[in-house]
Design a protein around this ligand. Structure first.
Ligand SMILES: NC(=O)c1ccc[n+]([C@@H]2O[C@H](COP(=O)([O-])OP(=O)(O)OC[C@H]3O[C@@H](n4cnc5c(N)ncnc54)[C@H](OP(=O)(O)O)[C@@H]3O)[C@@H](O)[C@H]2O)c1
Length: 307
């Protein structure tokens, strides 16, 4: 048996592993009466997670850049769903989305911060901040700010990070270079945004201690999705090769976020980083409580610019 086949067949302590799918990790669950928010349901892992969780009976509140496109995707599932427009790089849109979701009056049993962009070849900014940091981290940070009161007592927050957080700059976050102007690399900026996802979940988990609410982050695997849309041809080739070697399909890619959001065995798990539906070890500065706290404070300061 090849090494890859061995890895693909391996299951961890959770009983799930590399090859588990979102349907496997939710098998037998009746999620009727649960409300689950997922960002970025118009494509890839978000769309698959929304499909499976809706199929299990949850009321899925899905976000996308436009309400129309999001509604179009969710309508295909033939379930009771809510579509909300949320352009994560536009604070006004994020604030509006948070207020729309909070006003639904449905306590959120789980929130999956899934949407993201990857490896923009050239520096792009929004409001003076590097776009991947601003979209992947700040967009979700501000959404969470508006949804703290809407989270159910045992609500679970699931933040989709990536093993690409390993490529973040030394120390994790370059607090003196959030604009990207003092040096930019496509993968280090993506890595910084993804370690920010991880540190955000870490600090959220600390703040949730003793409340029954939880926050965790994860790497979903390597899956060919629209995430590669910003890659130049050379990067696309490299990503394609990596995907073939370590390839998960979208059903497997959505498993870990669905596991953390709804599987009973993940209830009460707080402040962990998951890979293949099992606890994994992130880069050491991705677990640094002081950096997590500092990122939270910096994010609050940035968010305050956009009341
Ligand atoms: N695929 C992988 O190999 C892989 C590996 C590690 C981590 N991840 C992470 O997994 C998550 C999902 O990725 P995916 O592979 O499913 O990618 P995808 O197919 O490109 O889906 C990303 C989703 O995010 C949305 N989105 C992007 N920019 C947005 C913005 N500014 N405002 C609102 N929504 C926005 C997209 O909306 P549109 O459809 O409108 O663009 C789409 O719904 C991401 O956080 C990614 O970093 C993926």
């Amino acid at each position: 048996m090849s090494l890859m086949a061995l890895i693909k067949g391996t299951k961890g302590p959770s009983g799930f592993g590399y090859a588990s799918t979102a349907e496997h990790v939710t098998a037998g669950l009746d999620l009727t009466g649960k409300s689950i928010l997922i960002t970025g349901v118009t494509s890839g892992l978000g769309r698959e997670s929304a499909r499976v969780l809706a199929m299990r009976g949850a009321h899925v509140i899905g976000t996308g850049r436009s309400a129309e496109a999001t509604r179009g995707v969710l309508a295909r599932f033939g379930a009771d769903t809510t579509a909300v427009a949320c352009e994560l790089s536009e604070p006004a849109s994020v604030r509006q989305a948070a207020s729309e979701i909070a006003n639904l009056g449905r306590p959120l049993d789980a929130v999956i911060f899934n949407a993201g962009i990857m490896a923009l070849p050239k520096l792009q900014q929004k409001y003076g901040y590097e776009l991947q940091f601003f979209t992947n981290h700040m967009g979700h940070f501000m959404l969470m700010q508006g949804l703290m009161g809407a989270l159910a007592p045992g609500g679970r927050v699931v933040v989709v990070s990536s093993t690409a957080h390993m490529g973040a700059p030394k120390g994790g976050i370059q607090f003196d270079n959030l604009s990207g102007e003092r040096g930019y690399g496509a993968w280090s900026a993506y890595g910084q945004a993804k370690i920010a996802n991880l540190l955000f979940a870490k600090e959220l988990a600390r703040r949730f201690e003793g409340t029954g609410r939880t926050a965790n982050s994860l790497h979903p695997g390597v899956i060919i999705t629209n995430l590669g849309r910003h890659l130049n041809p050379v990067m696309k080739f490299g990503f394609g090769v990596a995907s073939v070697v370590m390839c998960k399909d979208v059903h497997q890619g959505a498993a870990t976020e669905c596991y953390l959001a709804v599987n009973p065995d993940a209830a009460g798990v707080n402040g962990q980083y998951f890979d293949d539906c099992n606890v994994a070890r992130p880069r050491v500065d991705g677990t640094d409580a002081e950096t997590a706290r500092r990122l939270w404070d910096a994010s609050e300061e940035i968010a305050a610019r956009f009341p």
